[in-house]
Write a protein that binds this ligand. Structure first.
Ligand code: FEO
Length: 174
């Protein structure tokens, strides 16, 4: 049985994942409106991945007989001065999410809830990738800064990013 403390913390994380999804959808819409189809695609994929993160936690709570409570999703910023600014916000946000998962891991350990600790391992690893991906995008944006052709080519490359269902959900779908 999940402790009330852990159930509340997991529900808060579900809300945080949906907020992340909302943030990246907003970045995608903003990029679309500015004609940056590739950047818009990159964030649209991110939007789907964040919903997946929430779904993995929802599935886990349900599998433990926990109560899922979907709280309202807070408002997000709607415009960024450049793709670089959006990716810098992305990295800053992902660092906060990493800290949230570290707190969740600490709580699960305190509660001696090994099943939750085990489930959180996937997210801890995922956060390493999330931060790395955001940093790579910042580096790429800086590399083409002020170069219209470079920006055009980079945007074309980002249009090829494809959504892939994460392993915990792909397993559930079988
Ligand atoms: Fe759900 Fe971007 O971490």
């Amino acid at each position: 049985m999940l402790s009330q403390k852990l159930q509340d913390a997991l529900n808060a994380q579900i809300n945080a994942e949906f907020w992340s999804a909302y943030l990246y959808l907003s970045m995608s819409v903003d990029a679309s409106a500015k004609g940056l189809k590739g950047v818009a695609n990159w964030f649209a994929v991110q939007f789907r991945e964040e919903q997946d993160h929430a779904q993995i936690l929802i599935n886990y709570l349900l599998s433990r007989g926990g109560l899922v409570t979907l709280a309202p999703i807070g408002a997000v910023k709607t415009t960024w001065e450049s793709p670089l600014a959006a990716f810098e916000d992305t990295l800053a946000h992902e660092r906060k999410v990493t800290a949230m998962f570290n707190d969740l891991c600490r709580l699960a350990a305190e509660e001696n809830d090994f099943a939750t600790s085990n489930t959180l391992v996937w997210f801890v690893n995922e956060q390493v990738e999330e931060e790395e991906a955001a940093q790579e995008m910042i580096d790429a944006m800086k590399a083409v800064d002020g170069n219209k052709f470079g920006t055009y080519m980079l945007d074309k490359e980002l249009a090829t990013r494809a959504y892939k269902m994460p392993a915990p959900l792909a397993g559930k779908a079988e």
